[in-house]
Design a protein around this ligand. Structure first.
Ligand code: PRP
Ligand code: URA
Length: 203
């Protein structure tokens, strides 16, 4: 995404001297700005309303209802910003962590809205590194009946984008920045470090 506000805020998020409080606030703000772009293709329908001075036809959002699905933990940091623009969205949670040895995602929690098959789902995770976590989360959602899924990340490595595109060609991916590469520990370079730790102050 090329918006100057997103670029500016992302620079502060990346800075290692930015503490958890400011990091959380900025992740929320960037998520809200991204929600604006991600919802650009929502369907509209015309309804009749009455202003204080006349009757008129005007547009409202129609079509499938929305569901936000943060990947725990770090995806939680994006929920509030998204909800501030999409207050009616339901929120499901998928708990995954990346095993530090194998780098493979391990599922530990899943709770979704019961009508997940009827919703347009927006999967949230600040980091798309190897793509293992996002691919697995999207796979779990499809196993549970989800048909319409978008993925929204703050920072992605080219490798991770390829992995998700290969596994889920039907899923549109929205990222604030595509970074250079992964390092030997599968961290994104330059990235922002460990998103979960920086959000929650666990390191
Ligand atoms: C981070 C991040 C993604 C995942 C990305 O989560 O939030 O979910 O790594 O890596 P991948 O694309 O290589 O799978 P982490 O496993 O550190 O868990 P946490 O959110 O609980 O800190
Ligand atoms: N997970 C993170 O939090 N950061 C990375 O750079 C890669 C995976």
């Amino acid at each position: 995404m090329n918006h100057p506000l997103i670029k500016h805020k992302l620079t502060i998020i990346r800075d290692k001297n930015t503490g958890s409080k400011e990091f959380r606030e900025l992740v929320k703000e960037v998520s809200m700005l991204m929600a604006y772009e991600v919802t650009r293709d929502l369907h509209l329908e015309e309804i009749e309303i009455e202003t204080p001075v006349s009757k008129t036809k005007s547009q409202v959002i129609s079509g499938k209802k929305l569901g936000l699905v943060p990947i725990l933990r770090a995806g939680l940091g994006m929920v509030e910003g998204m909800l501030s623009l999409l207050p009616a969205a339901r929120v499901g949670h998928v708990g995954l962590y990346r095993d530090p040895e194998t780098l493979k995602p391990v599922e530990y929690y899943c709770k979704l809205p019961s009508d997940v098959n009827e919703r347009e789902l927006i999967v949230l995770d600040p980091m798309l590194a190897t793509g293992g976590s996002a691919s697995a989360a999207i796979g779990f959602l499809k196993d549970r009946g989800a048909e319409s899924i978008k993925l929204v990340c703050l920072i992605a490595a080219p490798e991770g984008i390829e992995v998700v595109k290969e596994a889920h060609p039907d899923v549109d991916i929205y990222v604030a920045s595509v970074d250079e590469k992964l390092n030997d520990h599968a961290y994104i370079i330059p990235g922002l470090g460990d998103a979960g730790d920086r959000l929650f102050g666990t390191k």
